[in-house]
Design a protein around this ligand. Sequence first.
Ligand SMILES: Nc1nc2c(ncn2[C@@H]2O[C@H](COP(=O)(O)OP(=O)(O)O)[C@@H](O)[C@H]2O)c(=O)[nH]1
Ligand SMILES: [Mg+2]
Length: 491
Amino acid sequence: MANSSRSLRLILTAVLALVLAAALWATIATLRSGIALWQELHDLPVWLQYAASGLIAAVVLGFAWLTWRLLRPRPRKPVVAKAPERAEVQARLDVLAQQRADTEELQSELAELDRRARSEQLYVAVFGEISAGKSSLIRALAAGAAPTSDVLGGTTRAVAHYAGHIGEVELIYADVPGTHEVSGKTREAVARDEALRAHVVLYVCAGDLTRDQDAELHWLRGFGKPLVLVLNKADQLFAAERLALTAALRQKYRDVTDAQVVVSAGGTQTIERHFADGRVETLTRERTADVGALIEVLARQAHSGAAAFEPAREAAVLSRVDARAAELEASLREHEAEAVVAKYTKRAVVGALAAVMPGSDLVIQAVLATGLVRELSKLYDVPVRDIDIDAFVAQVKLSVRTSASLVLAIAGNAAKAFPGLGTLGGGMLHAIAYGLIFDSLGRAVALTLRERHALDRDAAASALSRLLADTSAERLSRIAQYALGNENEKS
Ligand SMILES: Nc1nc2c(ncn2[C@@H]2O[C@H](COP(=O)(O)OP(=O)(O)O)[C@@H](O)[C@H]2O)c(=O)[nH]1
Ligand SMILES: [Mg+2]
């Protein structure tokens, strides 16, 4: 070992020495030919000297330019996943609506998408914590505007819209509630949806950003919209303080924001006047606003027109609606899977009650198990070959045989827990046991199909043995009801 590593090091040293020698040689050779060229140039007539120097300079410059082109830092582009087509999303919603899923909210999101696209207004979502001065800023930008309503209902009502103008362009400002204005999950959904629906996003702060604000700013960056950091309440800062703060913010968020501006939104101020006779009078008055720097940035965006930002906005909203449609589909499918499992569980229970089966040997009915797996794989759109289903059912039979005593014990507990059942005779124990087996089998198969998009036998078998041991009261009562319901129907 020691020997071989030593010889390896020797070889490496030799190679290194060779490389160094070659580099040295190449350098000397280049220098020599450079000097030779220089001397040859000197011997040439003056005009040729100039021409040759010009040529060399051109080649060097060209090479430098090429290197710059290839190595220069690329402008940063937010990564936006490819959005689905409008028609695709609509078709998906139509199918869901046919299946009686509640698609109303998603439909109105699409309607709002179209409405905003047609309106040619520039939508500006204003974010920031409570008291950063969002509402005051909007008042300064859209003086006298009353909140407009839009077609979206529900939680989105928390966002108020105000119309203002810059030049010819109408801008709609959305006052998005801050973290402490609306609670947790609702706010997150409201904020995200409004960021997606906007062309431009403003983030208002009144000082250095806290950790939460920092995180929110980065989160907003992720939507790929033009993001402007607005430092408000500049009037409260001394000149030196203001310089230091803006320099720090510029440095820190250079790569996060598209522009940073300093403003005073104004807002109202209450002052108390104390008179000599002891009277106190409170006055409210407007502070002077200075939002010129922000108007300049918005004017630039308004100048390129809302249409310029429309593709990004449309892609963002469509991706979101599509993702939510996928969630709806998944939950619909889960409900259907539950119905299929219930159907086969009932059949298994009924079959067991009908058959006279003495002894404690649990032999599951392969026909039923095969039907269950086949129906579930069709539901989850996973192609499964018959041969694989047969192999899986054979495997399940084995695992049921090994856990038969456990299953019968659980079934016995269920029968005891529901007084009516115990008196119904020995067949009942088997019926509940079969119910347990089919309920577990169906859930295990549905779970693997959903998560792995394949009938993974080992995964399904391990889920099955876990589910077979589940003795929750809710479950046992459900299965016992199947048996009891059937007994009652008969009698
Ligand atoms: N000194 C100063 N106070 C401001 C300025 N802008 C807003 N304010 C005050 O900050 C407080 C919160 O403003 P508001 O617009 O309600 O904040 P929001 O919660 O983000 O909507 C109010 O008391 C405003 O008067 C400003 O530019 N300078
Ligand atoms: Mg407010």
